[in-house]
Design a protein around this ligand. Structure first.
Ligand code: 6PG
Length: 248
């Protein structure tokens, strides 16, 4: 298998250990880059412990906040103050207290519709990157965080949705979600999410076991298709692992 197709799975004891392992990987990516750093956050419940950990003394004081830029891989098309808004969650837990406001890059949901929001965010990403086309030798992000939904979606790329096969556009509007909350979404596409040094999945909870079993068995599901052009790592808490899991 080519290096970029490879996916490394790391089993951890529980959600607390998962957050610590994710925070340590994030710090390693930050430490490896002496210049401008770009981290792409994710929504859902899984990363909340990680975000809280980054605000603790042990991590907060080691992060060069002025050099780190924070993006989001997908957004629910709701106002920035809505509790369902993914970036609002990250802002509330750690960003607003610690990151310079100009380093926080939310998906704009004050647009007329998800497509316009997607176009605006694509423009922002391209301007940050400094080019309209991604160069494999120069990843957009240092780290992309990902989660997996109960239907196998990741970011807001749902099974059998057109966003799954998008190869040109950087960001697309998704008129209808496959799972709760049933609000329109805006999502980065696979080629853009792949443009990173590391893509890091966080998966926890017994309710993820069935879908993780399907992904690991090679079923064609969005989360199973997501790969970084660099490293792809899945951090999985033991309760989410298939019962007879012996490693990939
Ligand atoms: C969203 C997400 C989504 C999420 C998964 C996992 O906006 O809902 O970005 O892709 O990561 O659905 O969600 P949980 O962590 O809540 O299980």
């Amino acid at each position: 298998m080519a290096a970029r197709d490879h996916r490394q799975l790391i089993a951890v004891a529980d959600p607390a250990a998962l957050a610590r392992a994710a925070a340590d990987r994030l710090m390693a990516r930050i430490d490896a880059n002496g210049g401008r750093i770009a981290i792409c956050l994710t929504g859902g419940s899984s990363p909340k412990q990680l975000y809280a950990l980054l605000a603790t003394e042990a991590y907060r004081d080691r992060i060069p906040w002025k050099r780190v830029h924070w993006f989001i891989g997908d957004e629910r098309f709701v106002p920035p103050t809505d509790p369902l808004n993914n970036m609002a969650t990250a802002r509330g837990i750690f960003l607003d207290r610690l990151a310079p406001p100009s380093n926080i890059h939310p998906i704009p949901t004050d647009a007329a519709d998800p497509d316009e929001s997607a176009e605006r965010y694509a423009r922002e990403l391209k301007s940050f990157y400094g080019a309209d086309r991604l160069d494999a030798a120069r990843p957009l992000f240092d780290l992309v965080l990902m989660g997996m939904g109960p239907d196998g979606h990741t970011a807001s790329i749902f099974p059998d949705y057109p966003a799954l096969n998008e190869t040109e556009r950087w960001v697309v509007g998704v008129p209808k979600a496959n799972v709760e909350p049933f609000v329109p979404r805006v999502t980065l596409t696979f080629p853009v999410l792949a443009s990173c040094r590391e893509m890091l999945f966080e998966v926890a909870g017994r309710d993820k076991r069935a879908i993780l079993t399907r992904v690991l068995s090679g079923e064609n599901l969005p989360a199973g298709r997501a790969r970084s052009n660099g490293e792809t790592v899945w951090l999985v808490a033991k309760t989410a692992l298939p019962e007879n899991f012996r490693g990939e």
